[in-house]
Design a protein around this ligand. Structure first.
Ligand code: G3I
Length: 327
């Protein structure tokens, strides 16, 4: 039975990890990633993004994405597609193409349709309740809740979200379709904007199944369990499921026993909050080891955000995760 850790401890929940193609040459890493008693789900960190899948207009390349999708099949893990449209990692032909609004709509439809269709039917249903998912739209808002401006929103405002969701549903009627965002863990302007968007999509009959809460958090600054639960419930009250899609909890280096202990407690807080909310379906960490975390490359002097260290040894955060699924 797949994902024994999360399913036995967390009941309905899955527990998964992001991964990326370059690190799969690390055989120790790859073996642990493939242990489906531990990880019941994987997400490609980069290889299904637009710059990877349609680097030139109309030229689709699925080689690296297929490696991850095949890994999920071989190992009996759920697959989360990531992502169809995002302001980042867009190939320059899209971002600087000088296209009209109508052309951009058709470019987005074509991209989403082709990518989602390619992976449709590769779903692996671990049990009847399990469905694979797509982060169709990634990070549509700024932190103040305004619409993030990039090539699609500049020309189409938020109608690009509808365009992508409709195309994704047509391409794979079975996949759960998500909008994925960071800094929407607790109440605030950005969470409110997400709720307003999802409400209006539902009212218009646009296909939307879930809100992905990325969960890129900071040790000692994680919202309280009550605040997380209240916000998670406000999302699920809209009639969608939620998932924690990119959890990591970073610290200012160096790691100390005190920081590790706080991080352990912080992991428990987030995972137990998900477990407490009926519509929260699972938790994905944004890779499982500090060795391959994105954090040090982006936040100078910070890191150690994950439950396995640079040598793939478990840290107290791992026990925090187990406690979260148990409590
Ligand atoms: O592909 C090029 C390669 O050709 C080049 O030699 C190399 C040199 O730097 O860069 C490679 O691109 C890197 C890419 O990852 C693929 O490895 C980029 O520099 C690097 O910036 C990029 O980082 C990714 C980041 O998204 C981009 O914003 C991270 O790996 C990935 O973990 C991260 O994931 C995002 C989620 O998609 C959305 N939510 C936030 C999360 C963290 O930023």
């Amino acid at each position: 039975k797949s994902n024994t850790v999360a399913k036995s401890l967390g009941g309905k929940l899955y527990f998964g990890s992001a991964t990326d193609n370059p690190e799969l040459t690390d055989t120790t890493y790859k073996a642990k990633l493939g242990d489906n008693t531990l990880f019941g789900q994987i997400t490609p960190g980069n290889s299904m993004k637009w710059d990877a899948t349609e680097p030139q207009q109309g030229v689709f390349t699925f080689t690296n994405g297929d490696v991850i999708a095949n890994l999920s099949k071989t190992n009996g893990q759920l697959l989360r597609g990531h992502n169809c449209v995002w302001y980042n990692q867009l190939p320059s032909w899209v971002s600087s193409g000088g296209f009209s609004a109508a052309q951009l709509t058709s470019i987005l439809q074509n991209h989403t349709m082709n990518v989602v269709k390619h992976y449709a039917g590769q779903e692996l249903h671990i049990d009847a309740a399990d469905e694979d998912a797509w982060d169709v739209v990634n990070e549509p808002f700024n932190d103040d809740g305004t619409v993030r401006q990039f090539v699609f929103s500049e020309a189409l405002n938020l109608s690009y979200v509808t365009t992508a969701l409709v195309a994704a549903r047509a391409a794979d009627p079975k996949a759960k379709l998500y909008i994925n965002e960071y800094n929407i863990d607790s109440a605030g302007a950005k969470s409110t904007s997400m709720m307003n968007l999802v409400s209006s999509l539902k009212a218009a009959g646009t296909p939307i199944d879930g809100i992905g809460i990325q969960g890129h958090l900071i040790v000692g600054q994680v919202p309280s369990k009550a605040a997380l639960i209240a916000n998670y419930q406000a999302f699920t009250a809209l009639g969608v499921e939620i998932a924690i899609t990119e959890l990591d909890i970073r610290m200012t280096l160096p790691e100390t026993p005190a920081l590790r202990a706080q991080q352990q407690a912080d992991y428990t807080t987030v995972i137990s909050a998900c477990k407490a909310v009926a519509g929260c379906v699972g938790v994905t960490i944004w890779d499982y080891t500090d060795k391959y975390s994105w954090i040090p490359g982006v936040f100078s002097g910070q890191g150690a955000a994950l439950p396995w260290d640079d040598n793939l040894a478990i840290k107290p955060a791992y026990d925090g995760i187990i406690a979260g699924f148990t409590n």
